[in-house]
Design a protein around this ligand. Sequence first.
Ligand code: GLU
Length: 489
Amino acid sequence: MNVRTRFAPSPTGFLHLGSLRTALYAWLFARSQGGTFILRIEDTDQKREIAGATETIYRALRRAGIDWDEGPDVGGPYGPYIQSERKALYQPFAEELVERGGAYYCFCPTERLDALRKKAESEGKAFKYDKRCLNMPREEITARLASGEPYVIRQNIPAGGVGFFDDEILGRIEVDTDTLDDQVLLKSDGMPTYNFANVVDDHLMGVTHILRGSEFVSSTPKYNLLYNALGWDKPVYIHLPPVMADRNRKLSKRHGDPSFEDLLDEGYLPDAVVNYIALLGWNPGDEREVMTMEELVGAFSLRGISKSPAIFDRDKLRWFNAQYIRALPAARFRDLILPHMGKTVDTAHIDTLRLAQLLQPRCETLLDITDKIGFLAQMPPFDAALYTNKKMKTTHETSLPVLRALLPVLEAVDCWSESAVRDAVSAFIEAEGMKNGPVLWPLRVALSNSMYTPGGAYEIAGLLGREETLRRLRGSIAALMQSVKRADG
Ligand code: GLU
């Protein structure tokens, strides 16, 4: 069988993480089967449409590494792939469905429907159309249509029966058809509803496997009735477990949960997010976690999809992101953080590659660098307590003579570089018969006034350059002298 899957977003906003996961699974399944992946834009509910959302979806999918074989911008044998551009195509199917008894014309005015809706509401019931137009005589229908009266076409759900569908993950799902509404299939302006268009398009586009969110489970028995009434082969249904923000709540933009591109803006790498998202509701059947897109394609199977909800865990995502950051070539990492670096330090006068190498093992997101490099641009305020380090056996008193002795050593380095500083200072340490800690700890603090820095004294001196290193060292010696004097006085 030639597997054909699709991702069918409505252009109502950003690509949220649940949708990204749906797209990813449909794509992975198609790719793993050597099949075809289709992108279809479902924009028949034009009231809900948001300008620019279609382009946002294309861009986000591309950034995620998801490509499509057929779709609005790339074309294909079953186009157009934007539902509003297919408008004329649905009416004949709706009429055929009427002929076959699966649907009927409804002329009820809005006021009547509103009254029915109000009544249901006041009785605490879900609204259901009362089938008033179902048995209208054929001549009356013909006459009303001929007079140009507005109408919709509704699905005729058989009363008192059992609606069902078979799901690859969930098994057979059954509903009492009396709970189902005779939903509108074709609106009075001739536009199909989502509920009709998705069935017609999945059929016409030869979709073999439908992967989508669990929110569609309750509608799918109705879709099955449509397939039956039209005499069409049914696709394989795969409803995916919800992605939750916590145990009680689905992930949702409305609650401020991030979209895929929000995460990229927050310094997450697309590959890391995609890898993490792939594992929210699926597993490869072994312990693997960090997987390339190719490995995901190789391992993907419907069997690995879980029934139970998955919880989006930010810490776990940070962990994945850290793994991906570590694995980047340093120059690539530098290029990625350069714009963020540029907000804090003068990138024209600093060895950005060296800085990137130092930051790379210390970051979980690209934005983590900001608070780690601030000290390079501006010396934080003096804090004598930083010189006290039990492990290094230093206090601010023991530090002062060490730093005073180091000053001429560093002043004597004229061809300045990290390794020249290292050579000079290690020679000093050896000559003095000292240990590294009591020298390098005070020097690092003297150059940074910080508890944590990416790299130690040598690296910082290399990054700061000769002039700034000596300026900071002299400043720190002066500040230490003041504080030692104060302590003595
Ligand atoms: N247009 C629907 C949505 O945006 C897609 C549902 C489906 O995959 O059938 O959620």
